[in-house]
Design a protein around this ligand. Structure first.
Ligand code: NAI
Length: 286
């Protein structure tokens, strides 16, 4: 999709970080923005920043991506009101660092529901409508470097992001097979300066706070990311470039893929896994 101007975009998890940057970047490109999130206050702040005079309309809506019926209703409303949606950013995500066995059922389900089922809810609600309309459209699913490297203390997160990668690749194949007008990309960033390490601000009632060793790891990851992480605006710029180029893979940190051949070779040779990012992930090297 070469020309983004005049298109309509739905963004999930748009009130903060990468989603917020995507909303602002789309707005600058003349894209009509439907920015959704679970955080009303942060959405209101975004609405003010999106409300520049001139240009296309921008609206904010409360949307929990875990709620399939709400995602479906948003898709129906958006297509009815604006004639269609050409850009879908399945971006909402949460992270909780813990050894796997310490995730309670509530926390595990929350993480998988937001990071994986949330994306499936977006695909199920929007892709059939995009296909039926028959004009070029693009879906961007947010994975992570954790879609490629199973990461210690982030087992639940890695499991969800590996699955997001599998879902996105399979969606790409499914769309190719029918020569569809809909493209898909997987956004797989490394560290980006956002509020992801405070994702537990939205944890379900009854899920535990992050304390002890998990809290210490979280603090280290947060400070490392604040120091060395990429600006979300740069990530958004790369995403829009990839949409224009109809590129599947979006790697803001391509250098982090360097251990992938070795990880793959170990699998083929039947060797036990090493943590591929150990060298580039300061924390893991300690
Ligand atoms: P963030 O915490 O700044 O933004 C995430 C947004 O998702 C927040 O506004 C939050 O309110 C929203 N959200 C949480 N639960 C939701 C739900 N149930 N329904 C709808 N919205 C919900 O974090 P960030 O980093 O901008 O996260 C965006 C995506 O980027 C996530 O999928 C994350 O996993 C991914 N990512 C982030 C990296 C980073 O270093 N920041 C690295 C790799 C991937």
């Amino acid at each position: 999709m070469q020309d983004l101007e005049g298109r309509t975009a739905v963004i999930t998890g748009a009130a903060s970080g990468i989603g917020r940057a995507l909303a602002l970047a789309c707005r600058r490109e003349g894209v009509r923005v439907i920015a959704t999130d679970v955080e009303r206050g942060a959405l209101d702040a975004l609405a003010q920043d999106l409300a520049a005079p001139g240009g296309p309309e921008a609206v904010t809506e409360l949307l929990d991506v875990r709620d399939a019926a709400a995602v479906e209703a948003l898709a129906a409303r958006s297509f009815a009101r604006w004639g269609g949606v050409e850009l879908l950013f399945n971006n909402a995500g949460v992270m909780v660092p813990r050894p796997l066995w310490e995730h309670g059922d509530l926390e595990w389900r929350w993480l998988i529901d937001v990071n994986l089922t949330g994306i499936m809810n977006g695909v199920r609600a929007f892709v059939p409508r995009m296909l039926a309309r028959g004009v070029p459209a693009h879906v961007v699913n947010t994975g992570s470097m954790a879609s490629f490297f199973a990461t210690p203390m982030l087992g639940a997160y890695s499991a969800s992001k590996f699955a997001v990668r599998a879902l996105s690749e399979a969606l790409h194949h499914d769309l190719r097979q029918i020569d569809a007008c809909v493209r898909v990309s997987l956004l797989a960033p490394g560290a980006v300066r956002t509020r992801i390490f405070d994702a537990d601000r939205n944890r379900p009632e009854g899920a535990p706070v992050i304390t002890g060793a998990s809290g210490a790891v979280r603090d280290l990851m947060r400070s490392g990311t604040q120091e060395a992480g990429m600006d979300p605006a740069e990530v958004a710029r790369l995403v829009l470039d990839a949409i224009r180029a109809e590129r599947f893979w979006i790697f803001p940190h391509p250098e982090m893929l360097a251990p992938l051949p070795e990880v793959t070779a170990a699998i083929i040779a039947g060797r036990s896994p090493e943590f591929g990012l150990a060298k580039s992930w300061k924390l893991a090297a300690e």
